[in-house]
Design a protein around this ligand. Structure first.
Ligand SMILES: Nc1ncnc2c1ncn2[C@@H]1O[C@H](COP(=O)(O)OP(=O)(O)OP(=O)(O)O)[C@@H](O)[C@H]1O
Length: 209
C-alpha cells in the first residue's frame, strides 16, 4: 500500500496545526510522527487515515500490486487504527468484541479469536466484560484489534499508553511478528513506542504558515 500526502495542511478555526506536508508512506516501512503534546500528531494520523478531512492539499491511496487507486471514503477498508480516543464496546466480553469486529474487518489468515486472545495474554479474562478490564488490559485489546486486522496499513496513536513492561514487550513482539511487510505509522512522543521506525516526521517542521 502507498499513502501519499501532497501539500497537506490542517487548521482548526484560524490555527494551522500543520502545513505543506508532502510525504509518501509505503508498505514495508515504519514511520514515526513525533512532536510535543498538542503539536498535531493525532490530527495528522487521522488525516493520513482518511478519518479527518484536511484543510488544504491532497491524500492518495494505492493498494495491491496493481497499485489500484482507492477513494478516501473507502480507505478505511485498508487501514486499522489503535488510538486513545477510540473506545471499545465495554458491555461486550473480549470474545464477543472480537467476534463483532470480525464482521466488519477480517483478522489475519490463520488467526482465530482464541489465538488472538492467547497472543495478548488475556485468556483468563476472555469471558469478562471489557468494562471490568484494567486500562492496560484495554490497551492490549486495542492493539490486537488493529494489528490482527487483515489490512495493509496499521496506524498506532500512543500505542503503549497504560502498558506495563510486559505490555510494552508484547507490543514490540506484535510489531515484529505481524508488521514487517505492512505500512506502520506511529504517532508518539515516547521513543520506546517508535524505536523500530526508520523514518521520522517531526510535526515541528511543518508549523510555518
Ligand atoms: N476538533 C478539534 N477542534 C479544535 N481544535 C482541535 C481539535 N482537535 C485537536 N485540536 C487542537 O489541535 C492541536 C493538535 O492536537 P492533537 O491531538 O493532534 O495533538 P497531539 O500532538 O496528538 O497531542 P498529544 O501528544 O497531547 O496527544 C491541539 O492544539 C488541539 O487542541
Amino acid at each position: 500500500m502507498k499513502i501519499s500526502l501532497i501539500n497537506a495542511g490542517k487548521r482548526f478555526n484560524r490555527d494551522w496545526i500543520f502545513r505543506k506536508i508532502t510525504q509518501e508512506f509505503i508498505s514495508g516501512a515504519a514511520y514515526a510522527i513525533t512532536g510535543p503534546n498538542g503539536s498535531g500528531k493525532s490530527t495528522l494520523l487521522q488525516v493520513i487515515g482518511g478519518a479527518m478531512m484536511m484543510s488544504e492539499g491532497n491524500v492518495q491511496y494505492e493498494v495491491g500490486t496493481q497499485k489500484t487507486e482507492v477513494h478516501v471514503d473507502q480507505a478505511f477498508k485498508y487501514i486499522s487504527i489503535a488510538a486513545p480516543y477510540l473506545e471499545l464496546i465495554e458491555e461486550m466480553t473480549l470474545h464477543e468484541f472480537l467476534q463483532f469486529h470480525k464482521q466488519f474487518k477480517p483478522f489475519l489468515p490463520h488467526y482465530d479469536i482464541p489465538e488472538i486472545i492467547n497472543a495478548i495474554g488475556l485468556q483468563a479474562a476472555a469471558q469478562k466484560q471489557i468494562r471490568f478490564y484494567s486500562s492496560g488490559m484495554k490497551q492490549r485489546v486495542k492493539l490486537a484489534q488493529a494489528i490482527f486486522s487483515d489490512v495493509p496499513c496499521v496506524l498506532l496513536d500512543e500505542p503503549c499508553t497504560n502498558l506495563d513492561a510486559a505490555g510494552i514487550a508484547l507490543y514490540h513482539k506484535l510489531i515484529n511478528d505481524h508488521c514487517n511487510d505492512r505500512l506502520v505509522i506511529v504517532s508518539s512522543n515516547d521513543e520506546q513506542e517508535y524505536s523500530f521506525c526508520k523514518e521520522k516526521i517531526s510535526i515541528a517542521d511543518f508549523k510555518k504558515s
